[in-house]
Ligand binder design. Structure first.
Ligand code: P6P
Length: 352
C-alpha cells in the first residue's frame, strides 16, 4: 500500500469534499475570477442557510424568536420575527463580500444597497427569506428562495429598473428547504443539483445531481379552499382530477416544500389567480421566476396559464403572477382547460 486510501474510502472522502463552492467551479468548468465570484456567492448563500437553519432548530427554546412583530410588510402581510431575522441574515452574509451590490427581498419595499460592494459587485440577490412563515410556529417545513441576476447599467436613482426583466435573465436560482434535513437545491443553467447540510461538518454536501422531474406525476398541489374564487377552467381541471383515477392531493401551505415534492415525484402545483386577485398571490421576481428557472432546468414547465412564466416581464419589483408549475404533461393538461375555455368564450383570442 503506497499510503493511499482504497477506492471505497476515497469515494466516500471525495463525496464529503463535494461542497457547494467546489461544485459551482465544476459546473462552470473554470477557475476564472467570475467563476470564483459565483462560487463565493453560492457559499455565502449556504452560510445564510446555515444561520437560518440554526435559528429555526432552536426557535422553541429561545426567547423572542417565534411569533409576530406587529408590523406588516410591503405585501400587506403580518411580519413574523423570523422573517425579519432571516431577511437580515442574507444582508449580513453579503456585506463586506464584494459580491452583491443590491438585495431585493419580499420583506423590503425597495432594494437594499451595499455601497462598499457596488463598484465591484455586479450581482443582485433577489430572495424570499422565509417562505411559508405560517409554518414556523408549528414546526412544519419552511423555505428560502433565491435568484441571482447581473446588474445592468448603473441604477443611479436606486429604483433597480433593470430588475424588471424576464426570468430568462437569471444567472442562477435555488431554494433552501428546512425540513427533517436542511437541503439546498440550485441551478446555474447546467442542471438542478441538491445538497444536504451535514451538521457534523457544517457543510452542504452534494446529495443528488442533475435532478429530472418526471413527465407526469400523481400529485396535484393547490389550496382547494379557494375553489369558488377560481375562474371556470381551473374549476373544470379540479373536477377532472377529482373524477379520474391516479391523482392525489398534497398541499402544505408552504411553497418550497410543495414545489420540492413536485420536483422529486412529478405532478403539478397551482396557485391560480382569483376573481378578486387575477394576478394571484405569489411574487414573480423572488418566488415564481426562480422556481420556474429550476423546473425548466429539470425538464418540466412553468406557466401563468397563458404564458411561459419565464417570459413574464414584471411592471414592478413585487409583481405577482398566477402560477402553474411541474411535470410538462400535467402543466399542459391545466393549460388545455384554459385554452378550451377561451376557445368557447373568446375564439378571437386564440392564435390561428
Ligand atoms: P394560501 C406562504 O404564505 C405562501 O406565500 C407560499 O409559501 C404558499 O404556497 C402560499 O403562500 C399559501 O397560500 O393562500 O394557500 O395559504
Amino acid at each position: 500500500m503506497d499510503g493511499l486510501l482504497d477506492l471505497d474510502h476515497k469515494h466516500a472522502l471525495d463525496r464529503d469534499c463535494m461542497t457547494l463552492s467546489r461544485h459551482v467551479l465544476q459546473q462552470l468548468q473554470s477557475f476564472s475570477a467570475d467563476a470564483q465570484d459565483l462560487s463565493a456567492l453560492m457559499n455565502r448563500i449556504g452560510l445564510a442557510a446555515k444561520l437560518i437553519a440554526r435559528r429555526f432548530s432552536r426557535a422553541g427554546l429561545m426567547e423572542d424568536v417565534l411569533g409576530f412583530t406587529g408590523q406588516t410588510n410591503v405585501q400587506g402581510e403580518s411580519v413574523k420575527k423570523m422573517d425579519v431575522y432571516a431577511n437580515q441574515v442574507f444582508i449580513s452574509a453579503f456585506e463586506q463580500s464584494g459580491l452583491v451590490c443590491r438585495l431585493a427581498s419580499e420583506e423590503m419595499e425597495k432594494p437594499y444597497y451595499i455601497p462598499e460592494n457596488c463598484p465591484i459587485g455586479r450581482y443582485t440577490l433577489l430572495y424570499d427569506p422565509v417562505d411559508g412563515s405560517g409554518n414556523i410556529d408549528i414546526n412544519l417545513n419552511i423555505g428560502s428562495i433565491f435568484a441571482i441576476r447581473q446588474q445592468e447599467g448603473m441604477d443611479l436613482d436606486g429604483d433597480a429598473r433593470d430588475l424588471l426583466q424576464s426570468g430568462r435573465k437569471q444567472v442562477a436560482a435555488g431554494y433552501i428547504l428546512y425540513g427533517p434535513s436542511t437541503i439546498l437545491v440550485y441551478s446555474m443553467g447546467r442542471g438542478v443539483h441538491m445538497f444536504t447540510l451535514d451538521p457534523s461538518l457544517g457543510e452542504f454536501i452534494l446529495s443528488q445531481e442533475n435532478i429530472r422531474v418526471p413527465d407526469h406525476g400523481p400529485v396535484y398541489s393547490v389550496n382547494e379552499g379557494n375553489f369558488w374564487q377560481w375562474e371556470e377552467p381551473i374549476q373544470d381541471y379540479i373536477r377532472y382530477v377529482h373524477r379520474h383515477e391516479g391523482y392525489t392531493a398534497r398541499y402544505s401551505g408552504a411553497l418550497v416544500g410543495d414545489f420540492h415534492r413536485i420536483l422529486m415525484q412529478g405532478g403539478v402545483f397551482l396557485y391560480p389567480g382569483t376573481v378578486k386577485k387575477p394576478e394571484g398571490k405569489l411574487r414573480l421576481l423572488y418566488e415564481t421566476a426562480p422556481l420556474a428557472y429550476l423546473i425548466e432546468q429539470a425538464g418540466g414547465r412553468a406557466s401563468t396559464g397563458t404564458q411561459d412564466l419565464l417570459d413574464v416581464i414584471p411592471d414592478k419589483l413585487h409583481a405577482r403572477t398566477p402560477f402553474i408549475i411541474g411535470s410538462k404533461e400535467d402543466v399542459a393538461l391545466v393549460e388545455s382547460f384554459i385554452r378550451e375555455h377561451t376557445r368557447q368564450t373568446r375564439p378571437e383570442a386564440i392564435a390561428p
